[in-house]
Structure formats: structure tokens, C-alpha cells
Design a protein around this ligand. Structure first.
Ligand code: NAP
Length: 354
């Protein structure tokens, strides 16, 4: 029976929060003794080992090392959170699970992390409103190759099918809130708006509003845990070509978020006025926010008509709503001030590498 779990990116924002939630589970089929976490820093490995977590250094770009780690730890399930848009890494991990299957004669599962923003007009999605129960694999396959999210999703499903591995794709929205992992506790999007606003002493918004999909990091981690529990309990799940999970708890207006950020920053004396100005140009926005220029418009102004069905159908119950989020901007500011420049999100690295 599939049992042993490998978590990549357990030192990061979402991965660290998943790890923290796993360590506090009671009455769950997920057992911390059946978990291995991959990291890149010796310091982080030592810190997690001191907490009795089985943490290993693993270069995910090294195909042989990945295979060896999966086989020697009897890994049946991989939750892939690190640099999920790099196809080579996903391919190494799935192929290693394929090898493991040959030895275990059991099932092997790969949980991939994708990005909701890809399903928006601004990002080249031509099909309009879409549910995760629609024929997403076929729809993505019709798009021209070259978009990192689309390429990674298709590769995951295709390689997994070829290797006899069961794949699931969690499509991650804009994630917010303070993480509960040991290391990186802040996300990418809201913190980059906050850091830029503090540096510029003014909050900017794009000239067009958007309502992106959003989820609090604790709810995001809870979905990965729910999927793991279902797998371990052998519950039926949408998988393979049908295994997409839009992990959207709610939408929110970026313009409302920016106004709340301006209010929260002004209360702390971190901007000159509780007023939001329009970015003079996309070039300036990309430069100040540290976002890849080619994606800045899509990242700042895309909504995406996505309708999440699968996660709710299997029992996901996010606790955070748009109202709760808009009322919690001071926590976002506090998290960024506490974290400082200690950790940078790797989200944009993975987009650029891809
Ligand atoms: N946060 C969001 O709002 C958001 C939105 C959409 C999608 N996602 C997706 O969700 C995943 C996790 O995001 P996150 O916010 O948790 O990012 P994060 O805080 O940057 O965490 C990523 C983790 O993966 C590790 N990592 C990155 N690249 C790696 C590589 N090439 N080899 C090995 N390890 C690597 C990092 O290691 P180090 O600690 O050593 O750097 C870190 O522990 C990403 O795949 C991202 O694309 C996130």
C-alpha cells in the first residue's frame, strides 16, 4: 500500500506550512515517520532534523540523485512544491516514482503544483470560463507550446501516464497570509506590493482592476493534506487527465486590496498618504515589483473565470473569505516587516527558469 511521502520545497512558504500542519495532525493516516522532506540548505536540514523530521539534501536537477532518493526512502507519493514549473524536475521525480512502482508493485502518486493565472485571457487562455471538471488536459494541449504552466501541466500528465504513475494537479492561486513553516513565512505577490510601497512611500495599482483567485496559506496547505489523506485511505479521486484541482477559496478585487494596504501602511506611518496611485507604466511596475516584464500585465490585471469544483467535491473547506482577507491587511504588513529580506520567494525564479 502507498505510504511513504516525499515533500519537495518543505523550507518554503507553502511547503513549510504543509509540513507544519502534518506535524500537528492527530488521527490521520499521514504519519510524520513516513515523510521525507527535501531541502537545499544544510542549515535548514539541521534545524528540521533537530525537530525529528527526516530532511535530506537533494539536487532536484540531478536525475540519478532523485531516483536514488526515491528508491532508498521507498517513496510512493510525491508532493511537489519546489520550483514546480520546471519540467525537467517534474520529469525526474515522476520517472523515479515509475522505477519505485516496479519494485513495490504498488501504486505511486505525483501531486504537482500549477498556477491559476494561466487560465486567464491575459495569459493566453482562449476558452473563457472554465471548471476544473472540464476537459482541461485536452484544452491545454490545444494551446501552443511555450507557456511554462501549460508545458509543465501537459508534461506531468503525459510522463505520469507513460510511467504508470497517478498524477494530480493542484492549481495554485495567489496565496496570502503568514505561513507557519520554520523558514520562509511570506508569499510572493502581496509582499512584493508591500515592499515596493514602503520603498516608494506610496501604494500603486494597475490602471485596470482584476479579481484574481486567492487562498490563505493555511487553507492551501489543508488541501494538499486532504489529498494525501484521500490517497492513503484509497478514496476515489479525480486523477490523471481529469485530476485538476483549482485551489481557489475566493476572489478579491486588486483595487480593494491596494486601498486596504494603503490604509494599513499609513496607520503605521510607512507611506505618506492612505491614497493609491496608478502605475505610470508597466515597465516601472515590473522594475519596482521585481516581476518578470513579460508577465507583469498578466500578473497585475488578470482575473480568470475559473470555477473550482473538484476540491470542494472531495471535502475541502477553506476557512478564509474575501472579507476576512481584506480585514487582515495589518497581518500582511506585520509578516513582511518580521521576515525582512531574509528570504526571497523562488516563484519568479521558477517562471524565468522555465
Ligand atoms: N505563493 C504563491 O502565491 C503561489 C502562487 C502560484 C503558484 N505557486 C507555486 O507554489 C509553489 C510553492 O510556492 P511558494 O510560495 O511556497 O514558494 P517558495 O516560498 O519560494 O518555496 C519554494 C521552495 O522550493 C525550493 N526550491 C525552489 N527551487 C528549487 C529547485 N530548483 N530545487 C530545489 N528546491 C527548490 C525552495 O528552496 P530554498 O528555500 O532553498 O530557496 C523553497 O523551499 C511554487 O512551485 C509556485 O510556483 C505559488
Amino acid at each position: 500500500m502507498a505510504q511513504h511521502i516525499l515533500l519537495t520545497g518543505g523550507g518554503g512558504y507553502i511547503g513549510g506550512t504543509i509540513l507544519d500542519q502534518i506535524l500537528s495532525l492527530t488521527n490521520s493516516p499521514i504519519k510524520p515517520k513516513n515523510l521525507t522532506v527535501t531541502l537545499r540548505s544544510e542549515q535548514q536540514i539541521k534545524a528540521l532534523s533537530d525537530m525529528s523530521v527526516h530532511a535530506i539534501a537533494l539536487d532536484l536537477n540531478d536525475e540519478e540523485a532523485v531516483k536514488e532518493a526515491v528508491l532508498s526512502n521507498n517513496v510512493d507519493i510525491i508532493v511537489h512544491i519546489a520550483s514546480a514549473l520546471e519540467p525537467a524536475i517534474a520529469s525526474h521525480l515522476i520517472k523515479a516514482l515509475g522505477e519505485r512502482r516496479k519494485v513495490s508493485n504498488g501504486e505511486a502518486y505525483f501531486i504537482h503544483s500549477s498556477v491559476t493565472a494561466a487560465f486567464s485571457k491575459e495569459n493566453g487562455w482562449p476558452f473563457g470560463e472554465v471548471k476544473d471538471t472540464d476537459t482541461l488536459y485536452d484544452m491545454e494541449k490545444q494551446l501552443p507550446a511555450g507557456h511554462p504552466v501549460r508545458d509543465a501541466d501537459i508534461l506531468v500528465t503525459d510522463v505520469a501516464r507513460a510511467e504508470g504513475v497517478i498524477s494530480l494537479i493542484v492549481v495554485v492561486p495567489v496565496v496570502y497570509g503568514m505561513g507557519s513553516g520554520e523558514f520562509r513565512r511570506t508569499s510572493s505577490s502581496i509582499p512584493s506590493f508591500l515592499r515596493t510601497s514602503i520603498a516608494d512611500q506610496v501604494v500603486h495599482r494597475f490602471d485596470k482592476d482584476a479579481h484574481p483567485a486567492m487562498t490563505h496559506v493555511s487553507d492551501m496547505a489543508a488541501l494538499y493534506i486532504l489529498l494525501l489523506e484521500k490517497i492513503l485511505n484509497k478514496a476515489p479521486l479525480p486523477m490523471g487527465e481529469k485530476g485538476y484541482y483549482f485551489a481557489m477559496a475566493h476572489k478579491v478585487s486588486w483595487w480593494d486590496v491596494m486601498q486596504k494596504l494603503a490604509d494599513a501602511l499609513y496607520r503605521r506611518g510607512l507611506v505618506n498618504e492612505a491614497k493609491v496611485e496608478i502605475w505610470p507604466s508597466d515597465e516601472m511596475a515590473a522594475q519596482h515589483l521585481g516581476w518578470p516584464r513579460q508577465f507583469v500585465r498578466a500578473m497585475g490585471t488578470s482575473s480568470g473565470d475559473i470555477i473550482p469544483v473538484n476540491a470542494f467535491k472531495i471535502g475541502w473547506q477553506p476557512k478564509w473569505t474575501a472579507e476576512r482577507f481584506l480585514g487582515s491587511m495589518d497581518v500582511e504588513v506585520q509578516a513582511v516587516l518580521e521576515q525582512g529580506d531574509k528570504f526571497q520567494s523562488t516563484l519568479y525564479d521558477s517562471i524565468l527558469n522555465a
